[in-house]
Design a protein around this ligand. Structure first.
Ligand code: PTJ
Length: 251
């Protein structure tokens, strides 16, 4: 993909968000990200601006709870869409390695061509196996294309990480009885509301942070992991993020 963002000076006050925007733009040019992904990015940026573009404490607690769920999981799967592939391809592969999780391309606006491009892009970033092409199972309650998943991937998972997801799909995946970890900058979105663990943070910060927690918990015993999972309060995390967005004092 193009590297136009190299032209943005480090001392530009909005350097990170401009680079992020360029990555999404390059993702669209490369046929990885959908045009709707540009709109989703703009919406996310607004929330991130109000959060001060930093990880609030309750989001870090959520990232730790997410890591504990991934550690406890029998079959964790990381779902990747066009925005996630453009923004954090290597970071998703690193999390999958740390958590021993499958990676599955799962798109709102699915075309086989875009699934293939994203799978290739993830392989270019070190993924050994990428699911999503078989599409031999369905998520009930979604139309044909949006409901396609792999039978030995998301359909068989007990814990699914769904970053930046459309609300309908997040709710439908949640209704399958899976533990759903959602990364979404909008704590009021239906995705965040449907989540067992809502991580209200930018996917760019959240994915590496969850990986750090997974590594940190590598030697934790089951009782410790269960304690982290059970002491996490999703409603309190959503409320804290909403408070931070509504009342946050920007520099
Ligand atoms: O690649 P596809 O076809 O699967 O499409 C992916 C998108 C994201 C276009 C699709 O799922 C969609 O339309 O999503 P929505 O309904 O726009 O929701 C995206 C949510 O992610 C919104 O609540 C945004 O605030 C949030 N968001 C956007 N950028 C980020 C983000 N959350 C975390 N990190 C971001 N960088």
């Amino acid at each position: 993909m193009s590297d136009e963002h190299a032209e943005i000076p480090d001392d530009h006050p909005r350097a990170q968000s401009l680079r992020t925007r360029h990555r999404i733009e390059a993702g669209v040019d490369a046929g990885i990200t959908s045009k709707q992904g540009l709109i989703a990015e703009g919406r996310g940026e607004a929330f991130d601006y109000l959060l001060g573009e930093e990880t609030i404490d309750s989001a870090d607690d959520a990232a730790r709870a997410a890591a504990a769920h991934l550690r406890l999981a029998e079959h964790p799967v990381l779902s990747v869409n066009g925005n996630v592939a453009a923004l954090v391809p290597a970071e998703i592969v690193a999390l999958a390695d740390a958590a021993d999780a499958d990676v599955e391309v799962n798109l709102f606006g699915r075309t086989d061509e875009r699934v293939r491009r994203i799978a290739d892009y993830l392989r270019d970033h070190g993924a050994s196996e990428v699911k999503g092409l078989a599409a031999d199972a369905r998520v009930p309650g979604l139309d044909h294309e949006r409901g396609k998943v792999d039978a030995d991937g998301i359909a068989a998972a007990d814990v699914v990480l769904v970053p930046l997801e459309d609300g309908d799909r997040a709710a439908a995946l949640g209704e399958l009885g899976k533990t759903e970890i959602v990364i979404d900058l909008n704590p009021l979105s239906r995705s965040a509301q449907a989540a067992t663990v809502p991580v209200v943070d930018n996917v760019i910060r959240a994915v590496p942070r969850i990986t750090d927690h997974v590594r940190d918990l590598a030697d934790a015993d089951r009782a410790t992991l269960v304690e982290i999972v059970e002491s996490f309060d999703a409603d309190a995390a959503r409320a804290d993020a909403e408070r931070a967005i509504r009342e946050g004092e920007l520099d």
